[in-house]
Design a protein around this ligand. Structure first.
Ligand code: BEZ
Length: 205
């Protein structure tokens, strides 16, 4: 299998952590690509993902799987199922719903990054930035109160959450999430003792 990736992407980091935790990392060849707003990236958009998002997993038979959640679910299935995403029952729906919240938080963080650091100064829209950052902040508040999500054995929610926090440190270093959310701070420290989380940290900003 080949994973098309960018080292800075928190969505890619999620898949990388999952692959290590599932014991599948050696089965994946990592293929770097640079996708940027304003660049056409014609071949990628035509052959891999018309949405121009990362990561994408290319299977040995040429089939393409897009979306970090779907890729993690595929890898989980390959590893026997039910390892990072509960296979059935109420826990499955809770984990999927919590993960959707985390995915939305990452989407909003990316919009904030583009608004604050990429869009030309005169075109920036502060209210749009504030609205999306508020979503991220409220999401963090919700997880800070979820003792069970922070302390149970590793799953896709914990992986997604550590990717949100890592991306906050990477691109919004002065946002102060540790001070506002001490339970998340403790959770992050505990997660950083895992090899998968440590080796996948974003590159120096
Ligand atoms: C970043 O540089 O922040 C970034 C790069 C790729 C995907 C998402 C974010």
């Amino acid at each position: 299998m080949k994973l098309i990736f960018s080292p800075a992407s928190p969505f890619v980091r999620k898949v990388r952590i999952a692959a290590i935790e599932l014991g599948l990392i050696d089965k994946i060849e990592f293929v770097p690509i640079t996708l940027a707003p304003g660049q056409t990236n014609d071949a990628y958009v035509r052959d891999i993902n018309p949405l121009k998002k990362l990561p994408a997993l290319i299977l040995d038979d040429g089939e393409v799987i897009i979306d970090s959640y779907v890729i993690v679910e595929y890898l989980d299935d390959l590893a026997g199922g039910g390892k990072l995403i509960p296979a059935s029952g109420p826990a499955r729906w809770k984990v999927k719903s919590d993960h959707s919240l985390l995915q939305g938080m990452l989407d909003s963080m990316l919009l904030c990054r583009y608004e604050k650091m990429v869009r030309p100064q005169g075109l920036r829209w502060q209210a749009w930035f504030d609205d999306h950052w508020h979503r991220v902040w409220q999401g963090m508040a919700r997880f800070d109160k979820q003792g069970d999500a922070l302390s149970r054995p590793i799953d896709i929610v914990q992986i997604g959450l550590v990717c949100v926090l890592g991306y906050a440190d990477f691109r919004f270093a002065d946002c102060g999430w540790r001070k506002a959310y001490p339970n998340l701070g403790a959770f992050n420290e505990k997660m950083l003792t895992r090899h998968s989380v440590k080796v996948s940290l974003p590159p120096a900003a």
